[in-house]
Design a protein around this ligand. Structure first.
Ligand SMILES: [Fe+2]
Ligand SMILES: [Fe+2]
Length: 187
C-alpha cells in the first residue's frame, strides 16, 4: 500500500479513538451526569487543527486525481469531498458551542449533544466509506507517478496530538486516550 494511504489509515485509527471518547461522554450526558467538557473541547480543537486542516486536504488531492480516472467512482468521491466541507462546518459549529459551554453560559446542552452525536455518526460513516471503497480503488487506479505528485504537494505537518511531540494543550487528552487504550487491552 502507498505510504500516503498507510498514513491516512493510521490517522483514521487515531480519529476513531476520539470518536469512542465522544461516545463515552455522550453516554455520561445521557445518564444525567456532567460530561468532561474540557476533554470534548480539546477533541474538537484537535479536529479543527489536524483532520480538517491536514488529513482532509490530503485526501482531496487523492480524490481529485481519482475522479478524473474512474467515472464510476466520481460520484462517491464527489460526495466525500462535500462531506469534508460539511464535517468542517460541523466542527466549527461544535467549537463555537463548546466555547459557550466552557464559559458556563446558558446553552441548550441537548442541542450541543445532538450535534455531537450527528458529528460522530457522520465521521464514522465517512471513514468507513473511505476505507471500504475509495482507498482500495485509489490503490488500484493511481500510479507511482500520481503518488509522487501527491506527496510533492503535501506539506508535512506533525500531528499535535498523536505525534511524537504532543503540544501542551492536548496533553490531558493524550493521557486520557492512552488510559483508555490500557483499559481496552485489559478488558
Ligand atoms: Fe475524508
Ligand atoms: Fe479520512
Amino acid at each position: 500500500m502507498s505510504e500516503a494511504l498507510q498514513r491516512l489509515n493510521r490517522e483514521h485509527a487515531d480519529f476513531s479513538k476520539l470518536l469512542d471518547l465522544l461516545d463515552r461522554e455522550l453516554a455520561v450526558f445521557a445518564s444525567g451526569e456532567r460530561p468532561d467538557y474540557d476533554l470534548i473541547g480539546a477533541v474538537i480543537d484537535y479536529c479543527l487543527e489536524y483532520p480538517d486542516a491536514v488529513h482532509h486536504p490530503k485526501e482531496d488531492l487523492i480524490y481529485g486525481r481519482l475522479k478524473s480516472r474512474d467515472a464510476e467512482l466520481a460520484k462517491v468521491v464527489g460526495d466525500l469531498e462535500e462531506e469534508h466541507r460539511q464535517i468542517g462546518a460541523m466542527t466549527r459549529e461544535l467549537a463555537e458551542a463548546m466555547r459557550h459551554v466552557l464559559a458556563e453560559e446558558l446553552v441548550d446542552r441537548h442541542a450541543v449533544h445532538e450535534l455531537t452525536r450527528r458529528f460522530v455518526q457522520r465521521y464514522r460513516h465517512h471513514i468507513a466509506l473511505e476505507e471500504g471503497r475509495v482507498f482500495p480503488a485509489a490503490e488500484k487506479v493511481l500510479s507511482a507517478d500520481d503518488w509522487a505528485a501527491i506527496d510533492a504537494r503535501l506539506e508535512h505537518r506533525d500531528d499535535p496530538l498523536f505525534g511524537d511531540a504532543v503540544v501542551d494543550r492536548f496533553r490531558a487528552l493524550r493521557a486520557n486516550i492512552e488510559g483508555l487504550a490500557v483499559i481496552a487491552r485489559e478488558a
